[in-house]
Ligand binder design. Structure first.
Ligand code: 2P0
Length: 334
Protein backbone atom coordinates (compact mmCIF):
# COMPACT_ATOMS: atom_id res chain seq x y z
CA UNK A 1 0.00 0.00 0.00
CA UNK A 2 1.22 3.49 -0.82
CA UNK A 3 1.67 5.95 2.01
CA UNK A 4 -1.04 8.61 2.04
CA UNK A 5 0.63 11.53 0.34
CA UNK A 6 1.68 9.71 -2.82
CA UNK A 7 -1.22 10.78 -5.03
CA UNK A 8 -2.96 14.13 -5.44
CA UNK A 9 -5.32 15.82 -7.89
CA UNK A 10 -5.46 19.60 -8.43
CA UNK A 11 -7.60 21.93 -10.56
CA UNK A 12 -6.49 25.31 -11.95
CA UNK A 13 -7.84 27.85 -14.44
CA UNK A 14 -6.16 29.96 -17.12
CA UNK A 15 -5.56 33.68 -16.66
CA UNK A 16 -5.48 36.58 -19.09
CA UNK A 17 -3.00 39.37 -18.43
CA UNK A 18 -4.26 42.96 -18.40
CA UNK A 19 -0.68 44.15 -17.87
CA UNK A 20 1.40 41.74 -19.91
CA UNK A 21 4.41 39.61 -19.09
CA UNK A 22 6.70 39.73 -22.11
CA UNK A 23 10.37 39.03 -21.56
CA UNK A 24 12.61 37.46 -18.95
CA UNK A 25 15.69 38.72 -17.17
CA UNK A 26 16.61 35.13 -16.27
CA UNK A 27 15.45 32.31 -18.54
CA UNK A 28 16.42 29.45 -16.27
CA UNK A 29 14.68 30.79 -13.17
CA UNK A 30 11.85 32.34 -15.23
CA UNK A 31 12.34 35.78 -13.74
CA UNK A 32 10.43 38.42 -15.73
CA UNK A 33 11.66 41.85 -16.76
CA UNK A 34 8.59 43.55 -15.29
CA UNK A 35 5.54 43.02 -13.07
CA UNK A 36 2.34 41.76 -14.72
CA UNK A 37 -1.31 41.64 -13.65
CA UNK A 38 -4.03 39.22 -14.73
CA UNK A 39 -7.55 37.99 -14.20
CA UNK A 40 -8.13 34.29 -13.62
CA UNK A 41 -11.02 32.88 -15.65
CA UNK A 42 -13.86 30.58 -14.63
CA UNK A 43 -13.64 28.49 -17.84
CA UNK A 44 -11.24 25.99 -19.42
CA UNK A 45 -9.93 24.40 -16.24
CA UNK A 46 -7.06 21.92 -16.14
CA UNK A 47 -7.25 18.90 -13.82
CA UNK A 48 -4.00 17.12 -13.06
CA UNK A 49 -3.34 13.99 -11.03
CA UNK A 50 0.18 13.11 -9.90
CA UNK A 51 0.82 9.63 -8.54
CA UNK A 52 4.25 8.53 -7.38
CA UNK A 53 5.42 5.28 -8.94
CA UNK A 54 8.42 3.93 -7.00
CA UNK A 55 8.79 1.03 -9.47
CA UNK A 56 9.06 3.21 -12.60
CA UNK A 57 12.40 4.32 -14.01
CA UNK A 58 11.05 7.56 -15.51
CA UNK A 59 8.05 9.87 -15.43
CA UNK A 60 5.02 8.95 -17.50
CA UNK A 61 2.87 11.87 -18.66
CA UNK A 62 -0.48 11.85 -20.44
CA UNK A 63 -2.16 14.95 -21.85
CA UNK A 64 -5.87 14.47 -22.53
CA UNK A 65 -5.32 10.73 -22.60
CA UNK A 66 -2.38 10.68 -25.04
CA UNK A 67 1.19 9.93 -23.90
CA UNK A 68 3.35 13.08 -23.97
CA UNK A 69 6.76 12.81 -25.64
CA UNK A 70 9.48 15.23 -26.74
CA UNK A 71 9.43 18.79 -25.43
CA UNK A 72 6.10 18.61 -23.50
CA UNK A 73 7.38 15.52 -21.63
CA UNK A 74 10.77 17.12 -21.03
CA UNK A 75 9.19 20.25 -19.51
CA UNK A 76 7.00 18.24 -17.12
CA UNK A 77 9.87 15.93 -16.09
CA UNK A 78 12.19 18.92 -15.49
CA UNK A 79 9.47 20.52 -13.37
CA UNK A 80 9.02 17.31 -11.34
CA UNK A 81 12.81 17.33 -10.74
CA UNK A 82 12.41 20.70 -9.00
CA UNK A 83 9.67 19.27 -6.78
CA UNK A 84 11.70 16.11 -6.05
CA UNK A 85 14.75 18.23 -5.13
CA UNK A 86 12.70 20.31 -2.74
CA UNK A 87 11.01 17.25 -1.21
CA UNK A 88 14.22 15.21 -0.96
CA UNK A 89 12.59 12.30 -2.80
CA UNK A 90 13.48 10.49 -5.98
CA UNK A 91 10.43 8.45 -7.10
CA UNK A 92 9.20 8.82 -10.66
CA UNK A 93 5.60 9.91 -11.19
CA UNK A 94 2.61 9.17 -13.37
CA UNK A 95 1.01 12.47 -14.41
CA UNK A 96 -2.44 12.63 -15.96
CA UNK A 97 -3.59 16.04 -17.24
CA UNK A 98 -7.00 16.92 -18.67
CA UNK A 99 -7.71 20.31 -20.21
CA UNK A 100 -11.30 21.42 -20.73
CA UNK A 101 -10.31 24.10 -23.21
CA UNK A 102 -12.03 23.00 -26.44
CA UNK A 103 -9.61 21.39 -28.85
CA UNK A 104 -8.58 23.87 -31.48
CA UNK A 105 -9.77 26.92 -29.54
CA UNK A 106 -6.31 28.39 -29.94
CA UNK A 107 -5.99 29.17 -26.24
CA UNK A 108 -2.84 28.30 -24.35
CA UNK A 109 -3.07 26.01 -21.35
CA UNK A 110 0.43 26.36 -19.89
CA UNK A 111 -0.75 28.72 -17.10
CA UNK A 112 -3.52 26.45 -15.81
CA UNK A 113 -1.39 23.39 -16.62
CA UNK A 114 1.66 24.31 -14.56
CA UNK A 115 -0.43 25.79 -11.72
CA UNK A 116 -2.35 22.49 -11.43
CA UNK A 117 0.85 20.46 -11.78
CA UNK A 118 2.66 22.53 -9.13
CA UNK A 119 -0.13 21.96 -6.62
CA UNK A 120 -0.74 18.27 -7.39
CA UNK A 121 2.97 17.40 -7.53
CA UNK A 122 3.92 19.28 -4.36
CA UNK A 123 1.08 17.55 -2.48
CA UNK A 124 1.93 14.12 -3.92
CA UNK A 125 5.60 14.48 -2.92
CA UNK A 126 4.57 15.52 0.59
CA UNK A 127 5.36 19.24 0.43
CA UNK A 128 3.07 21.73 2.15
CA UNK A 129 3.60 25.08 0.44
CA UNK A 130 2.15 28.48 1.22
CA UNK A 131 0.46 30.19 -1.75
CA UNK A 132 3.51 32.38 -2.32
CA UNK A 133 5.81 29.36 -2.43
CA UNK A 134 3.41 27.54 -4.73
CA UNK A 135 3.35 30.57 -7.04
CA UNK A 136 7.17 30.65 -7.15
CA UNK A 137 7.20 26.94 -7.96
CA UNK A 138 4.53 27.25 -10.70
CA UNK A 139 6.57 30.14 -12.19
CA UNK A 140 9.41 27.74 -12.93
CA UNK A 141 7.10 25.71 -15.21
CA UNK A 142 5.67 28.69 -17.08
CA UNK A 143 5.81 32.32 -16.00
CA UNK A 144 2.09 32.98 -16.37
CA UNK A 145 1.30 29.92 -14.20
CA UNK A 146 2.51 31.88 -11.14
CA UNK A 147 -0.66 33.99 -11.49
CA UNK A 148 -3.12 31.07 -11.91
CA UNK A 149 -2.39 29.98 -8.33
CA UNK A 150 -4.75 32.82 -7.34
CA UNK A 151 -8.36 33.52 -8.26
CA UNK A 152 -9.70 36.94 -9.24
CA UNK A 153 -6.98 39.46 -10.08
CA UNK A 154 -3.32 38.61 -9.44
CA UNK A 155 -0.12 40.64 -9.60
CA UNK A 156 3.10 38.77 -10.44
CA UNK A 157 6.02 40.66 -8.97
CA UNK A 158 9.17 40.65 -11.07
CA UNK A 159 11.14 40.63 -7.82
CA UNK A 160 14.61 41.98 -7.34
CA UNK A 161 18.09 40.83 -8.12
CA UNK A 162 19.43 37.64 -9.63
CA UNK A 163 19.85 34.02 -8.57
CA UNK A 164 18.32 32.99 -5.24
CA UNK A 165 17.38 36.57 -4.38
CA UNK A 166 15.43 36.91 -7.62
CA UNK A 167 13.82 33.50 -7.16
CA UNK A 168 12.66 34.31 -3.62
CA UNK A 169 11.18 37.68 -4.56
CA UNK A 170 9.30 36.80 -7.77
CA UNK A 171 5.79 35.48 -7.10
CA UNK A 172 2.17 36.42 -7.61
CA UNK A 173 -0.30 37.67 -5.02
CA UNK A 174 -3.99 38.65 -5.03
CA UNK A 175 -4.88 42.25 -5.92
CA UNK A 176 -7.50 44.13 -3.92
CA UNK A 177 -10.32 45.23 -6.20
CA UNK A 178 -13.32 47.50 -5.70
CA UNK A 179 -16.78 46.60 -6.83
CA UNK A 180 -16.07 45.59 -10.43
CA UNK A 181 -18.45 43.76 -12.74
CA UNK A 182 -16.36 42.33 -15.54
CA UNK A 183 -16.74 39.65 -18.21
CA UNK A 184 -14.30 38.61 -20.87
CA UNK A 185 -15.54 37.69 -24.34
CA UNK A 186 -13.03 35.41 -26.04
CA UNK A 187 -13.15 35.79 -29.81
CA UNK A 188 -11.34 32.93 -31.53
CA UNK A 189 -10.29 34.00 -35.01
CA UNK A 190 -7.75 31.30 -35.71
CA UNK A 191 -7.39 28.08 -33.75
CA UNK A 192 -4.22 26.87 -35.49
CA UNK A 193 -0.85 26.40 -33.80
CA UNK A 194 1.30 29.51 -33.44
CA UNK A 195 4.10 30.17 -35.90
CA UNK A 196 6.55 30.86 -33.04
CA UNK A 197 6.29 29.88 -29.37
CA UNK A 198 5.82 32.71 -26.90
CA UNK A 199 9.04 31.65 -25.18
CA UNK A 200 11.11 32.05 -28.36
CA UNK A 201 9.23 35.21 -29.39
CA UNK A 202 9.89 36.85 -26.02
CA UNK A 203 13.57 36.05 -26.26
CA UNK A 204 13.83 37.55 -29.73
CA UNK A 205 11.95 40.67 -28.63
CA UNK A 206 14.22 41.22 -25.62
CA UNK A 207 17.35 40.63 -27.68
CA UNK A 208 16.53 42.65 -30.80
CA UNK A 209 13.59 45.06 -30.43
CA UNK A 210 14.59 48.73 -29.98
CA UNK A 211 11.09 49.29 -28.55
CA UNK A 212 11.48 46.69 -25.79
CA UNK A 213 12.96 48.87 -23.02
CA UNK A 214 10.50 51.74 -23.64
CA UNK A 215 7.61 49.25 -23.42
CA UNK A 216 8.89 47.88 -20.10
CA UNK A 217 9.06 51.45 -18.78
CA UNK A 218 5.55 52.30 -19.96
CA UNK A 219 4.27 48.99 -18.60
CA UNK A 220 5.43 50.02 -15.12
CA UNK A 221 3.37 53.21 -15.39
CA UNK A 222 0.42 51.18 -16.79
CA UNK A 223 0.58 48.91 -13.74
CA UNK A 224 0.33 51.83 -11.31
CA UNK A 225 -2.62 53.22 -13.25
CA UNK A 226 -4.23 49.78 -13.42
CA UNK A 227 -4.03 49.24 -9.67
CA UNK A 228 -5.78 52.56 -9.10
CA UNK A 229 -8.47 51.73 -11.67
CA UNK A 230 -9.10 48.31 -10.07
CA UNK A 231 -9.34 49.83 -6.59
CA UNK A 232 -11.91 52.31 -7.87
CA UNK A 233 -13.79 49.58 -9.74
CA UNK A 234 -13.50 51.75 -12.87
CA UNK A 235 -14.09 49.36 -15.80
CA UNK A 236 -13.53 52.01 -18.48
CA UNK A 237 -10.08 52.83 -17.08
CA UNK A 238 -9.22 49.15 -16.56
CA UNK A 239 -10.13 48.46 -20.19
CA UNK A 240 -8.28 51.44 -21.64
CA UNK A 241 -5.09 50.60 -19.76
CA UNK A 242 -5.30 46.89 -20.67
CA UNK A 243 -5.83 47.69 -24.35
CA UNK A 244 -2.94 50.14 -24.59
CA UNK A 245 -0.63 47.78 -22.71
CA UNK A 246 -1.44 44.88 -25.08
CA UNK A 247 -1.01 47.03 -28.19
CA UNK A 248 2.33 48.24 -26.83
CA UNK A 249 3.46 44.65 -26.29
CA UNK A 250 2.57 43.79 -29.88
CA UNK A 251 4.36 46.94 -31.08
CA UNK A 252 7.57 45.81 -29.36
CA UNK A 253 7.25 42.43 -31.11
CA UNK A 254 6.66 44.04 -34.50
CA UNK A 255 9.91 45.95 -34.01
CA UNK A 256 11.90 42.76 -33.30
CA UNK A 257 14.36 41.58 -35.95
CA UNK A 258 12.95 39.63 -37.66
CA UNK A 259 9.48 40.86 -36.68
CA UNK A 260 7.18 38.72 -34.55
CA UNK A 261 3.62 39.23 -35.76
CA UNK A 262 0.79 37.36 -34.10
CA UNK A 263 -2.01 39.73 -35.13
CA UNK A 264 -3.83 38.77 -38.33
CA UNK A 265 -6.28 40.61 -40.59
CA UNK A 266 -9.10 38.88 -38.68
CA UNK A 267 -7.68 40.26 -35.41
CA UNK A 268 -7.86 43.79 -36.80
CA UNK A 269 -11.46 43.22 -37.93
CA UNK A 270 -12.38 42.33 -34.33
CA UNK A 271 -10.48 45.40 -33.06
CA UNK A 272 -12.57 47.54 -35.45
CA UNK A 273 -15.75 45.98 -34.04
CA UNK A 274 -14.57 46.78 -30.50
CA UNK A 275 -13.91 50.42 -31.49
CA UNK A 276 -17.39 50.59 -33.04
CA UNK A 277 -18.93 49.22 -29.83
CA UNK A 278 -17.27 52.05 -27.91
CA UNK A 279 -18.61 54.62 -30.36
CA UNK A 280 -22.03 53.07 -29.70
CA UNK A 281 -21.58 53.67 -25.97
CA UNK A 282 -20.61 50.15 -24.86
CA UNK A 283 -17.58 49.80 -22.58
CA UNK A 284 -15.57 47.19 -24.55
CA UNK A 285 -11.78 46.91 -24.63
CA UNK A 286 -9.50 44.42 -26.34
CA UNK A 287 -6.42 42.50 -25.30
CA UNK A 288 -4.38 39.99 -27.33
CA UNK A 289 -1.69 37.51 -26.32
CA UNK A 290 0.79 35.38 -28.27
CA UNK A 291 -1.71 34.65 -31.04
CA UNK A 292 -4.36 36.31 -33.22
CA UNK A 293 -7.35 35.77 -30.90
CA UNK A 294 -8.96 38.72 -29.12
CA UNK A 295 -10.30 38.90 -25.58
CA UNK A 296 -12.79 41.70 -24.97
CA UNK A 297 -13.33 43.14 -21.49
CA UNK A 298 -16.86 44.36 -20.87
CA UNK A 299 -19.67 44.53 -18.30
CA UNK A 300 -21.45 41.21 -17.85
CA UNK A 301 -24.73 42.77 -18.95
CA UNK A 302 -23.07 43.78 -22.27
CA UNK A 303 -21.39 40.41 -22.97
CA UNK A 304 -24.07 39.11 -25.34
CA UNK A 305 -24.04 42.38 -27.28
CA UNK A 306 -20.24 42.12 -27.57
CA UNK A 307 -20.51 38.50 -28.75
CA UNK A 308 -22.92 39.57 -31.51
CA UNK A 309 -20.66 42.44 -32.55
CA UNK A 310 -17.48 40.35 -32.88
CA UNK A 311 -19.11 37.20 -34.25
CA UNK A 312 -18.47 37.86 -37.92
CA UNK A 313 -14.90 36.83 -38.69
CA UNK A 314 -14.57 34.64 -35.61
CA UNK A 315 -14.82 30.85 -35.52
CA UNK A 316 -15.96 30.60 -31.88
CA UNK A 317 -16.77 32.91 -28.99
CA UNK A 318 -16.81 32.19 -25.25
CA UNK A 319 -17.83 34.33 -22.29
CA UNK A 320 -15.72 34.05 -19.13
CA UNK A 321 -15.95 35.69 -15.73
CA UNK A 322 -13.58 35.83 -12.77
CA UNK A 323 -12.57 32.36 -11.65
CA UNK A 324 -11.03 30.65 -8.61
CA UNK A 325 -7.43 29.93 -7.70
CA UNK A 326 -5.79 26.52 -7.90
CA UNK A 327 -7.17 23.97 -5.46
CA UNK A 328 -6.67 20.38 -4.43
CA UNK A 329 -9.64 18.20 -5.18
CA UNK A 330 -11.21 17.35 -1.81
CA UNK A 331 -10.30 13.86 -0.73
CA UNK A 332 -7.94 13.53 -3.67
CA UNK A 333 -4.75 13.39 -1.65
CA UNK A 334 -3.93 9.85 -0.65
C1 2P0 B 1 0.99 36.98 -20.33
N1 2P0 B 1 1.93 35.70 -22.25
O1 2P0 B 1 1.28 37.86 -19.49
C2 2P0 B 1 1.81 36.97 -21.62
C3 2P0 B 1 1.21 37.88 -22.65
C4 2P0 B 1 1.60 35.75 -23.64
C5 2P0 B 1 1.40 37.18 -23.96
O2 2P0 B 1 2.63 34.67 -20.42
O3 2P0 B 1 8.16 31.21 -21.30
O4 2P0 B 1 3.70 30.56 -21.51
O5 2P0 B 1 6.58 29.65 -20.16
O6 2P0 B 1 7.28 31.78 -19.04
O7 2P0 B 1 3.89 32.09 -19.49
C6 2P0 B 1 2.82 33.43 -22.34
O8 2P0 B 1 4.02 33.02 -21.86
O9 2P0 B 1 5.84 31.84 -21.06
C7 2P0 B 1 2.46 34.64 -21.61
P1 2P0 B 1 7.02 31.08 -20.35
P2 2P0 B 1 4.29 31.78 -20.88
O10 2P0 B 1 0.04 36.17 -20.15
Amino acid sequence: MLPEQLCATAVAHPNIALIKYWGKRDEQLVLPAADSLSMTLDVFSTTTTVRLDPAASGDHVTLNGAAATGEPHRRVAAFLDLVRDRAGRSEAAVVDTRNTVPTGAGLASSASGFAALALAASAAYGLTLRDTELSRLARRGSGSASRSVFGGFALWRAGEGAGAEGDMSSYAEPVPVGNLDVSLVIAVVDAGPKAISSRAAMRRTVDTSPLYRPWVESSRADLDDMRGALERGDLEAVGEIAERNALGMHATMLAARPAVRYLSPATLTVLDSVSQLRRDGIAAYATMDAGPNVKVLCRSSDAERVVRAVRSGTSQTFVARLGPGASLRPGAVG
